[in-house]
Design a protein around this ligand. Sequence first.
Ligand code: NAD
Length: 302
Amino acid sequence: MIHTKIAIIGAGAVGTTTAYSLMLRNLAAEIILVDRDETRCEGEILDLSDALSFSKASQIKRGTIEDAKKSDIIVICAGARQKPGQKREELLEINKKIITLIIHDLKPINPNAIIIVVTNPVDLMTYYAQKASDLPKTRVFGTGTFLDTQRIRRIVAQALQIADQSVHAYALGEHGDTQFAAWSSATVAGKPLTKFPDLNKTVLDQFLQTARAKVYEIIKCKGATFFGIAACISAICENIIFDRKYVLPLSVYLEDFEICMSMPVVLGVNGIEKIIQIPLDQEEQKALQTSANKLKSFLVGN
Ligand code: NAD
């Protein structure tokens, strides 16, 4: 892609922080913010434009759904967010309506566009976005457990006093309370994590609990989470724009489960190129099934 146009639908905390991250990383020639609250959106554009002189590439403007449908990448982060103590699935009804309407309004979508779904509950929103759009499932996916994976990697990295990037571990399944970590295949320099003297299964499971609880802690303290997810979204955009083919845990349609949830995938210029069959032990397979059962239970009657 040469002149990349990225539309962000939902100019709230996640959308604007994503725009800021994209701008400072010089990832898009054009960033378009779309929000039903036009005044707020205009204010965000004015504020973000103060940072434009530090960006070597981007233009940023307020746009409409018409502008968004012509974009190369469409990020959907419109909708309600969790209140303190609220679970992601409690946003299902309200956000399903919003996502379905947005996808409907986006039609006909540029057939070469890629849609990144961020709105929670992200696995179910991805499923509905895939269903409502006419794009192949490989071009519509959710941020899934990418953020959760960064969280567990960071906790392990701090325990081992190494860089986060040197920890090869994935949080998988639902981006929610049933997510699990594939500890049985997690390594540092090819050495299984469970073989490190200070990291037995009990310690690792405690790490997962801490990572899983982080969203509730952040929301309790400041009302929303947006820096981490914005960094994840701009990393996803970078992968697409430069056809990096990094392996990332994203929410994709899994034929075996007939639902969207996170597995490691290869991401490139055309979207999801491959789903990697990560080896899972019995307990992890059970956890994956639990995620699938929970997500599927929400589809009944929906
Ligand atoms: P926010 O309230 O700050 O912003 C949401 C924005 O969406 C608002 O500006 C609102 O006007 C806009 N909006 C609502 N309906 C719209 C529509 N039909 N068209 C255009 N704009 C519309 O919320 P936020 O903190 O930015 O969070 C947004 C979503 O992202 C939430 O669902 C939140 O749970 C989710 N989120 C996901 C992750 C993840 O890892 N997937 C992480 C953080 C937040």
